[in-house]
Design a protein around this ligand. Structure first.
Ligand code: NDP
Ligand SMILES: O=C(O)C1=N[C@H](C(=O)O)C[C@H](O)C1
Length: 274
């Protein structure tokens, strides 16, 4: 008989769209337990039962405003970019692994992640769905084989509440395309083609456009355009549970890993995404 240990998980951003989805998935799972549910100081969810907040029943875990992870647990953060640095530091102090899904991160936060990963194991991904992880890999392969003569453009669509743009996923896919063709994304990405930025497209640009509206969970289309033809690769998310299940799979995976900065591709055994 195999006795897998129950992994205790702390959710940061508990009252958010992803936070509630994560709590539901944990409560319904038999391999994890909710250790803590954390949200913003002064936030509307504080003091409520996390299970009830997530639309289920009382589970005896009250939403608090301070992250205090215990040893042998894993922290899963889907909150806001400005909150991330403090949570990373808390995980390092406690010696606890971190799964980070929050997007729109500052460059300084990405540097902090690299430093922190010398001491703790971290899985960081802009998108925890298996489909997008594969799409990112495929994007690099296709871009590498087509080369720069096919114009690469990305279109992402998200719900009206999303704060960051372009999405973390679009940036990640664009990075894979740039890397596969020997380009540096920062130098070639175009997010605005209006007004003073209006001009014919230059060879080698990678365009990234964001659409916001309604309740779209998340769609990403990578286009490769050439004379007389266009290749499109699309991923559509229909349920936030795909991100939550991926992040919780990452949490169980990272619970026993050595310090390092890992991706969702590592979790599903796909190796380097480019
Ligand atoms: N990697 C992936 O697969 C995915 C990533 N995401 C990303 O996850 C993040 C959250 O998305 P979503 O759930 O839609 O956003 P929401 O705005 O619905 O949720 C964010 C939650 O974090 C809370 N929060 C704000 N500040 C803090 C803080 N200092 N400490 C703890 N909690 C805090 C917010 O409280 P309040 O509302 O009161 O400010 C809110 O409850 C975004 O960055 C999004 O892009 C989303 C889906 C998938
Ligand atoms: O904010 C969201 O909702 C999403 N954010 C992530 C991103 O920025 O890429 C992932 C997913 O597309 C949903």
């Amino acid at each position: 008989m195999t006795t897998e240990r129950l992994v205790p998980i702390s959710i940061v951003g508990a009252r958010g769209r992803m936070g509630k989805t994560l709590i539901r998935e944990i409560v319904l799972s038999d391999s994890m337990i909710l250790e803590a549910a954390v949200d913003r100081e002064g936030g509307a969810g504080l003091g409520q039962d996390a299970g009830r907040l997530a639309g289920l029943h009382d589970i005896g875990v009250t939403v608090v405003d301070e992250l205090r992870p215990r040893r042998n647990s894993v922290v899963v953060d889907f909150s806001l970019a400005h909150a991330t640095d403090a949570n990373i530091r808390r995980c390092v102090e406690a010696g606890v692994p971190l799964v980070l899904g929050t997007t729109g991160l500052q460059k300084s936060t990405r540097e902090l992640l690299r430093t922190a990963s010398r001491e703790i194991a971290i899985v960081s991904a802009a998108n925890f769905s298996v489909g997008v992880t594969l799409l990112t890999r495929i994007a690099g392969l296709v871009a590498g084989s087509l080369g720069e003569s096919w114009d690469a453009e990305l279109l992402e669509i998200h719900h009206s509440h999303k704060r960051d743009a372009p999405s973390g996923t679009a940036l990640r896919i664009a990075k894979a395309v740039a890397k596969a063709t020997g380009r540096d994304l920062e130098g070639v990405m175009r997010t605005d083609r209006a007004g003073e930025h209006a001009r014919p497209r230059e060879r080698g640009e990678i365009g990234v456009a964001a659409v916001r509206g309604g309740d779209s969970i998340g769609e990403h289309t990578l286009m490769f355009l050439a004379e007389g033809e266009r290749l499109e690769l699309t991923h559509r998310a229909f349920d936030r549970a795909i991100f939550a299940r991926g992040a919780l799979r990452a949490a169980r995976w990272v619970a026993s890993r050595a310090p390092g900065l890992y991706t969702m591709a590592d979790v599903i055994g796909l190796g380097d995404l480019g």
